[in-house]
Design a protein around this ligand. Structure first.
Ligand code: PEP
Length: 256
């Protein structure tokens, strides 16, 4: 973390878990466990159908609600999709874009990711843009090239003034939901590399303002060490965020 230049953001990704009642119950528990948070922003990204319940439950605290996906067109004949204006009207502040599960199971391309990033920014919200390499790519030693290409494509056409609202989540695919975690040094090295890519595109002042999270089996035991790295400005947390106590412990680690 480097709080002098950028925000620390801890974000939960509940994926396709919890119905409206479970959302309410877990939100109440998180609220009761997370004390006064001074040093980081907290986001809980819930399934679209639970957004209204989450916004209501978190209304009286500083925890923001995020969505896990969005479509880039504002309206029209796109059965089953949800638009930026729809999310905004519910009170959503953050949207996860390009999660590896969306890329893998729903065929989302870098071009889709780039359109979604711009749509979310134009709608006044913050995209949490997921990038990361597969295990075979790391074993082949090409992880930096892969991630650099994903970052460049995702940020295509994004105005420098909007970069402050962009969060990049570095999520090595081999670490998502597997219990395997990048070492703090590996996570930091990639954070630094992503910042270098952004610096080449937008200059040093913009690059140092961008929040770069780590995601991939972050939990209550490894969060402090990961977050102690200068280029790990928060976390995107799947499995451990489903348990309010574990999530609150990660928030606590970021709030030191
Ligand atoms: C994620 O889905 O973004 C994620 C990081 O999951 P997990 O924490 O379970 O690895």
């Amino acid at each position: 973390m480097n709080r002098k230049y950028r925000k620390t953001v801890i974000a939960a990704n509940w994926k396709m878990n919890k119905d409206a009642d479970e959302t309410k119950a877990c939100a109440e528990e998180i609220k009761s466990l997370v004390g006064r948070v001074r040093w980081c922003d907290i986001v809980v990204c819930v399934p679209s159908v639970d957004i209204a319940a989450a916004v209501k439950a978190f209304r009286d605290c500083r925890i923001s609600v995020g969505a896990q996906n969005v479509f880039y067109e504002p309206s029209g004949a796109y059965t089953g999709e949800v638009s930026v204006p729809m999310l905004k009207s519910l009170g959503v502040k953050y949207v996860i874009v390009g999660h590896s599960e969306r890329r893998k199971y729903f065929g989302e391309t870098d071009e889709d990711v780039s359109k979604k990033v711009r749509a979310v920014l134009e709608g006044g919200m913050s995209p949490i843009v997921c990038v990361g390499e597969e295990l075979a790519q790391r074993q082949a030693g090409v992880e930096q090239e892969i991630v650099a290409a994903q970052v460049k494509l995702a940020l295509q056409g994004v105005e420098p003034a909007n970069l402050r609202r962009v969060i990049i989540a570095y999520e090595p695919i081999w670490a998502i939901g597997t219990g395997l975690t990048a070492t703090p040094e590996e996570a930091n090295r990639m954070g630094e590399h992503i910042r270098t890519v952004i610096r080449k595109m937008y200059g040093a002042r913009v690059a140092r303002s961008v929040t770069i999270q780590y995601g991939g089996s972050m939990n209550e035991n490894n969060a402090a060490e990961l977050l102690a790295q200068p280029d790990v400005d928060g976390g995107l947390i799947g499995g451990a965020s489903l348990d309010a106590k574990k999530f609150a412990a990660i928030v606590e680690a970021a709030n030191q």
